[in-house]
Design a protein around this ligand. Structure first.
Ligand SMILES: [Zn+2]
Length: 342
């Protein structure tokens, strides 16, 4: 079948590829409709590796996908042929200890699309376990289906923060993950959400979504948070930038007894002043992807509490996938999400 294949760092081709797929009773075959390009796809394209994951053989990219069910195993009861669906891209070993404990995202043997050596979803069709395929409500489109993947990260982060009604949250970083986290925080009960970044175009989007935008080049985040909270500090801070400078100062705008959730992944170890967290008895949480977050994310979209439509800023056809990646590697500053439509 036709697929967008990363041959090696910097070299993509749209070509036929044979992918061995076993279709079992609990599986679903899906015709792929829309795929979002993620920062990790672009990173593999440019560098051929993320940390220990190195592209050694040609690999199909993409992990944010929606599509239509075209074949169904006898054991799958919650779907039928013709259903519009989105897919959770990580497949754990169902018998692993982590999976049995409910933390299937932490299963060391999880197979995640477009994380070498596992092929991704930028291809015509794919086979996926039914338990990781979710029906889209009638009012949720294919774009939003594909973007359920990043939203699931935000939902997972917000659950880890254990938000209380009216909480004041700060999201550091206004990339896709920062914005969907801020959306999930608002939908999850926060009374105010401040989003900080250094790119004004990204902050303009945050403002248009009802968040308080802080340009960290022009303004001091600590001062703004103090103004908004009468000097108390933010109840929750979501670190979604992965930037060394931001991470090292992350506890400064936090209130006593507050919570910090680390979402962004700094490329190198970052020195952090532990005492600045201790004097506030900060509760520190981390996340790695998500578990059990898709159904909740889909309900937020269906109910209108989260509107992902403004995040789709750029669209390419499957035939132009290579162009799409060249663009996504060097996008205009106001670009949020580039999608490819098959
Ligand atoms: Zn992603």
């Amino acid at each position: 079948m036709k697929a967008l294949v990363l041959e090696k760092a910097g070299q993509l081709s749209l070509r036929d590829i044979y992918i061995e797929e076993h279709f079992g009773v609990d599986d679903v075959r899906i015709k792929v409709h829309t795929v979002g390009i993620c920062g990790s796809d672009v990173h593999y394209y440019r560098h051929g590796a993320i940390g220990p994951f190195v592209v050694k053989h040609p690999m199909v990219l993409g992990h944010e996908a929606s599509g239509t069910v075209i074949e169904i195993g006898n054991g799958v009861k919650h779907l039928k042929v013709g259903d519009r669906v989105c897919m959770e891209p990580g497949i754990p070993d169902p018998n692993s200890k982590a999976t049995r404990l409910g933390m299937y995202n932490l299963d060391p043997s999880v197979r995640f699309w477009a994380t070498p050596p596992v092929h991704g979803c930028l291809r015509e069709t794919l086979v996926h376990p039914g338990m990781f395929v979710f029906k889209l409500p009638d009012n949720v489109g294919f774009d939003e289906g594909a973007l359920t993947e990043p939203l699931a990260v935000g939902v997972h982060a917000v659950r880890k923060a254990r938000i209380k009604p009216g909480d004041m949250a700060v999201v550091v970083g206004a990339g896709t993950i920062g914005i969907v986290t801020a959306m999930a925080a608002m939908a999850g009960g926060c009374g105010k959400v401040i989003v900080a970044d250094v790119v004004q175009e990204k902050l303009d989007l945050a403002t248009s979504l009802g968040m308080i935008a802080v340009n960290a080049i022009r303004d001091d985040l600590n001062v703004i948070v103090a103004e908004v909270t009468e000097g108390w500090g933010a109840d929750v801070i979501f670190e979604a930038s992965g930037s060394e400078a931001a991470v090292s100062r992350v506890f400064e705008p936090l209130c006593p007894g507050g919570r910090v959730v680390f979402i962004g992944m700094p490329p190198h170890p970052v020195p952090v002043d532990i005492v600045s967290a201790q004097v506030k008895e900060a509760r520190i949480e981390t996340i790695f992807r998500y578990a059990h977050a898709y159904p909740g994310a889909i309900r937020l979209i269906e109910s209108g509490k989260v509107n992902l439509k403004p995040l789709v800023t750029d669209r390419y056809r499957f035939e132009d996938s290579i162009k799409a990646f060249e663009y996504a590697a060097n996008p205009r500053p106001s670009s949020v999400k580039t999608v490819i439509e098959l």
